[in-house]
Ligand binder design. Structure first.
Ligand code: AMP
Length: 281
């Protein structure tokens, strides 16, 4: 596996591969890699010739400085895992490579209401940072395919919109959420969970499962209240349970009449903020 820390080395390599007609798949991450990330690597490998994984913990998308400080960094293990999965390229830039002119940035795009709900409402500035870094990284890597997880459904929708706004030819591909046997969605943040909190963390999955079981028969407002109750207690600090249209991400009041419906949860378990979602339709 090639590891590139400098943009110019990465682009030199990728430009050559593109000239040879190779399809480039790109999997951007913030590291602390797990099997969820690896499923995206596998997906990329199944549809491209060269798979490039990016690891960059982007400070501009962290609204909480202590969250950034505590974000797990496991670069040696990440490299080992990527090599085991036969990833072709790791792009591992420094802050200066990504933001040579500093990180000040004015978001020129209008994403509409989807930008300001759920994660947008509870983590002010988060999506500005996400769009800033993804735009910058895509301009550098210029992949044919961009592979991102359903785990971050709202992020996926916003990047989808970004590509649309830019009339980009990059194909955005969704990878399903990989879970532990218990059902807990894999996440870099799970490493920070106290072992005694794992059963509480599993309640996100159980609540989503409860919503899925009852969505077609129960009033949505009532169902949301019951879901909120399931995530109440000393170890929980619920940020939101929302049932939204899968396209607009606007909350819905009726299950029928929507092509796609997604239930989304963000909740602190102890000091760790977890998110998860189920596509219900
Ligand atoms: P992160 O490193 O958390 O920023 O995530 C990098 C990419 O991996 C994003 O596209 C995520 O949606 C995706 N991802 C994170 N967790 C999982 C998971 N459990 N299963 C599949 N993809 C995931």
């Amino acid at each position: 596996m090639y590891i590139f820390k400098r943009n110019k080395d990465l682009t030199l390599y990728l430009d050559q591969k593109k000239k040879e007609g190779k399809i480039i798949g790109y999997v951007p991450t913030m590291g602390a890699l797990h099997e969820g990330h690896m499923s995206l690597i596998n997906k990329s490998q199944s549809m491209s010739d060269i798979t490039c994984c990016g690891i960059f913990v982007n400070p501009t998308q962290f609204n909480d400085p202590s969250d950034l400080e505590k974000y797990p960094v496991t670069i040696e293990a990440d490299i080992k895992l990527l090599m085991e999965h036969k990833c072709d390229v790791l792009y591992l830039p420094t802050f200066e490579e990504v933001y040579p002119e500093g990180a000040d940035w004015e978001n020129p795009y209008d994403f509409g209401p989807m930008f300001n709900m759920m994660e947008g409402a509870t983590r002010p500035g988060h999506f500005n940072g996400v769009v800033q870094v993804v735009k910058r990284l895509l301009d550098l890597v210029q992949p044919h395919k961009l592979i991102m997880g359903q785990k971050d459904y709202q992020q996926f929708s916003i990047i989808n919109k970004l590509l649309e706004l830019e009339s980009s030819s990059i194909e955005l591909v969704m990878g399903e959420t990989i879970r532990e046997d218990s059902g807990l969605a894999m996440s870099s943040r799970n490493r920070r969970l106290l072992s005694s909190d794992r059963s509480y963390a599993l309640m996100l999955f159980k609540t989503l499962d409860y919503i899925k079981e009852n969505i077609s028969t129960m009033d949505i407002c009532e169902l949301k209240k019951l879901a909120q109750k399931m995530l109440t207690g000393e170890r929980f600090q619920l940020e939101y349970v929302d049932i939204v249209d899968g396209g607009t991400l606007l909350p819905i009041s009726e299950f029928e009449g929507h092509e796609s419906v997604v239930a989304c949860i963000a909740c602190y378990v102890g000091k760790v903020r977890l998110i998860d979602n189920f596509v219900l339709k």
